[in-house]
Design a protein around this ligand. Sequence first.
Ligand SMILES: [Mn+2]
Length: 350
Amino acid sequence: MNISEKALLLSGWIDEAQCITCVCHARPDGDAAGSCTAMTGYLRKCRFKDAVSVYPDAAPDSLGFVTSLSPHITADTDLSRAKARIGSTDLLICLDFNTLSRAEGLEEDLRSAHCRKVLIDHHQSPVLSDFDLCFSNTDVSSACELLYSVLMLMPDVNADASRLPSESAEALMTGMTTDTNNFANSVFPGTFRMASDLLACGVDRNALIDKLYFCERPNRLAAQGEMLSTHMKILPCGAAVTVLHKDFYERHALMDGETEGFVNLPLAVKDVRLSILVKEEESGKMRVSLRSKAGVSARRLAAECFHGGGHEQASGGKILIPEDIKSPGEADAYVADVAARFMQDNYTED
Ligand SMILES: [Mn+2]
């Protein structure tokens, strides 16, 4: 089936459903929150459905302007309502993740839901068997861009973006903007076409950029300063390794999501081709974020060394304690060693 045929099938399923639930991955980012908000807004305003987004946990406060645009339930603070909603929904639409396990605490509820499940996602290797219908394309900037293409194929929208509700247009622009790091990476011809169409429909991009990039607390900048001056280590192999421990978060009183984007900073250095950011979380767990320049596969490094995966240039994983290291204090040396070997094995001639 091509994308037009799939969109028509989805449109028919939407017609048959009354209660529709949109879900994204845990720790929602701009693309996850944007795509859920946009789809829920469309289903309510254009298709008159009882539609709601369910987030496995809360999006950071900085994205509150997006999530507040359409009704939603946050599972970690409202678990019984989230479970009841998933259990009674007629159609599930999963956005910006490629397997149900990425919904973490909601995985089992999603798996056991008897309704049809639809995937709209741009990650590599989706688990097709988890879903009844998959829109999957890695050659797009974001789940929001793919969702935009699907919405343009809906019979009632008929390729006219001005028929989308304003909250959907703003949410789609938000997710595309954050996933491309404001048009710095993963940009395709269709990305600009979508941005252009949405701008023509009246999305206030200046206001959006202000909310996304010029609303930070001074704490966040001070934390960036300490990270770059004290914790970032640039290795001869072209990898930058940064390990942030719990005391770092406490010292700067950082809130959830406030280190978003920190992993991109070391790539500003000319010879750095790979940035690895390791964050110590509650319970001593270590979360790993990876970003690379073209030619170095962050996805492979995540899959081979950090129990993770993702996109070619942006991926993530974890360090297991005690399987990989005995304590968080060993993370610096462990990651430096892994990075040096990975770069040596894959990206050095002779
Ligand atoms: Mn995304």
